[in-house]
Write a protein that binds this ligand. Structure first.
Ligand code: UT7
Length: 335
């Protein structure tokens, strides 16, 4: 039991995800862009991605993933909702209160966290802080993005990469020794490189891919090492690394530099592309549904994104109830 003196730990007790049903294969993009299936597959690992229809908002994706996570947790007693998103539906207000309201949470703290593809790890750290300070006992943490809105329709560098989706976890107050307890968090940023991936107000995303690639590999390797060391583990103790899905070659390079083989790397980019803040919880939900991630596994979550931002944490995977049955009141698919 947690004593009044020890801050409670944040323990994962629910997991859910949502994807728009429309899969766009590389061949469909080739009809509109000067690109080809082989280039996209070999340079990024992406075969297809999910793209939401025009009327679907970040809020819609977040609600679907949040509902699945709440259902899997078996609780609706949530005192805070933290939404990581790069694509809020409005300049103001934040998207989180609307998501909370649609989930029936109208007396709940709710706010957005903006750290692009690192957003979910930043949101986990924020939620863990709310739990540690006893501001909330249970927090719904959602990562949701409509990243496909950001590239210019004729930009072959960015359009094949970015896609739409959402994932969510429920964190409850608990003990640091329990399965599901989040380990120490490592977060960082370096705004001197903000121009490497940037979307100006009202404009399209601009990316300097190769330089961003190098930073991604360096930062993901070092932040993984730091989080694993703070948890008291060694790299070889990691059963599964769940990296942000930016490019299969980035994940492979991170694996090489840390000596984590493909069998220990969770990868779903081939079918979902880069879904921004949704990427890590979506990969976790798919890996836990297909048995790639199992209860008792030592997991490291590692993210990198525009900003630049990066972050990592560890967790021993808990035994969760899956929320596999799709609701008929949502147009989203649950992975
Ligand atoms: O989630 C946030 C973090 N995101 C990232 O970290 C993304 C990091 N960067 C990347 O993933 C890669 O840099 C890209 C996938 C964006 C690009 O791959 P690359 O291997 O770095 O290619 P490149 O930009 O060096 O371009 C190589 C060639 C160029 O042609 P030339 O100059 O060699 O003739 C490009 O014009 O590939 C060309 N090219 C393409 N060709 C066909 C670039 N995009 C395409 C395309 N189809 N879509």
């Amino acid at each position: 039991m947690t004593s009044l003196k020890t801050p409670p730990a944040a323990v994962i007790c629910g997991l859910g995800a949502a994807l728009p049903p429309r899969a766009v294969p590389n061949a469909e993009l080739c009809a509109e862009l000067d690109t080809n299936d082989e280039w996209i597959r070999t340079r990024t690992g992406i075969r297809e991605r999910r793209i939401a229809d025009a009327g679907v908002s970040t809020e819609d994706l977040a609600v679907a993933a949040g509902a699945a996570a709440l259902e899997s947790s078996g609780t609706r007693e949530v005192q805070a909702l933290v939404l990581a998103t790069t694509t809020p539906d409005h300049l103001m207000p934040a998207t989180a209160p609307a998501v909370a309201a649609r989930l029936g949470l109208t007396d709940t703290a709710a706010f957005d966290v903006a750290a692009v593809c690192t957003g979910f790890v930043y949101a986990l750290a924020t939620a863990a802080g709310l739990i540690a300070t006893r501001t909330a006992r249970t927090v719904l943490v959602v990562g949701a993005d409509r990243m496909s809105r950001l590239p210019s329709p004729d930009d072959r560098t960015t359009r094949p990469l970015f896609a739409d989706g959402a994932g969510a976890v429920v964190l409850r107050s608990g003990d640091a020794t329990e399965p599901g307890a989040l380990g120490p968090m490592v977060l960082g940023s370096d705004g001197t490189h903000r121009d490497l991936l940037l979307a100006p107000h009202g404009g399209h995303m601009q990316m300097q891919g190769p330089e961003l690639f190098r930073h991604a590999v360096d930062r993901m390797c070092s932040v993984t090492r730091q989080a694993v060391q703070l948890a008291g583990w060694r790299i070889e103790d990691i059963d599964r690394i769940v990296p942000h899905q930016a490019n299969a070659r980035i994940t492979a390079s991170v694996g090489r530099c840390l000596m984590i083989g493909a069998d220990r790397r969770v990868q779903n980019i081939g079918h979902v592309g880069n879904t921004g803040a949704a990427s890590i919880p979506l990969a976790l939900a798919q890996a836990s549904a297909d048995g790639t991630v199992l209860p008792g596994h030592r997991i490291c979550l590692t993210a990198f994104g525009a900003g630049l931002t990066w972050g990592a944490t560890t967790v021993i995977w808990p035994d969760l109830k899956s929320a596999a049955h799709p609701h008929h009141d949502t147009a989203m698919e649950r992975p």
